[in-house]
Ligand binder design. Sequence first.
Ligand code: SF4
Length: 352
Amino acid sequence: MSAQANIQIRHDWTRAEVLALFQLPFADLMYQAQTVHRTCFDPNQVQVSTLCSIKTGACPEDCAYCPQSARYDTGLEREKLMKVEKVIEEAKAAKASGATRFCMGAAWRSPKGKDMPYVTEMVKGVKSLGLETCMTLGMLNEDQAKGLADAGLDYYNHNLDTSPEFYGDIITTRTYQDRLETLANVRKAGMKVCCGGIVGMGEEESDRAGLLIQLANMAEHPESVPVNMLVKVEGTPMANQADLDPFDFIRTIAVARIMMPKSHVRLSAGREDMNEQMQAMAFLAGANSIFYGEKLLTTPNPEASKDRQLFTRLGIHQESYEIHQDEKEQEAAVYQALEASHNDQFFYDAAK
Ligand code: SF4
């Protein structure tokens, strides 16, 4: 029997099993996670995405960790929806610095009808550059999910954030069920799911287990699982949250890797606060995706050049993305998208 055949994709994890993984001696947990990782992936390969904030701040939601919520005074400068042309420029720069996926985030509760033509044009334009596309725009109904899928959106990000039990301590303006419904609409429309959470918000180990159980017991595992470490932003209710033990963060990555063997586990927000040794340990635990770029929406992120140096020192290479269009077709598609963005019809003048 091949090693590959020994990896089981399960959707029936129990709390006791997951807590037992969290409580393993650290070396044993790392060994299990690394074994799963090596069976399912090239252990020296990392996928690289770039995240661009296409609409910043003034969000009506009350997520306690988020500087973009209009409810907290964090000094964040609000920005209107970015023009399509500018988004395409940013995507070109991301591609030039080695990203294979371009993620576009808007601080909305959910997109409004008037927003949809702009965001679908962005998807078409970015895709025409030969990049994979991902968006995070808040809650989506079935029609909106279908519209994005029809425009060619590859991934939709919508995080569960934490366990259902701890969720009410973090967000009150949308329910856990609302989030699950958006994820169901994304799946139904045929897009890939990017869904994870944040650790270090004062949750218990059982909440980290609870979050991973929600993700791993979905009918299909999310293709991408971002594990964020809380970035404490002055002005948010989480500004003075106690530090998480870094080993608990690494354990969360390792348990995610074991429970969702074929998903890309992304080392996401909070990387700026991690030293290189901790990042290397996260890769050993099974993280195989990161964001490049100086900012993650609104919080700092290590510079791409520093990341490249770390990759070289660790012997890590970047995952490539197959481009199926020939260069001429691509050029024509970019031209078309830019033309469309110059058209008055696509001039965007709304505050949010
Ligand atoms: S996390 Fe998203 S939904 Fe929550 S306040 Fe921030 S931008 Fe709004």
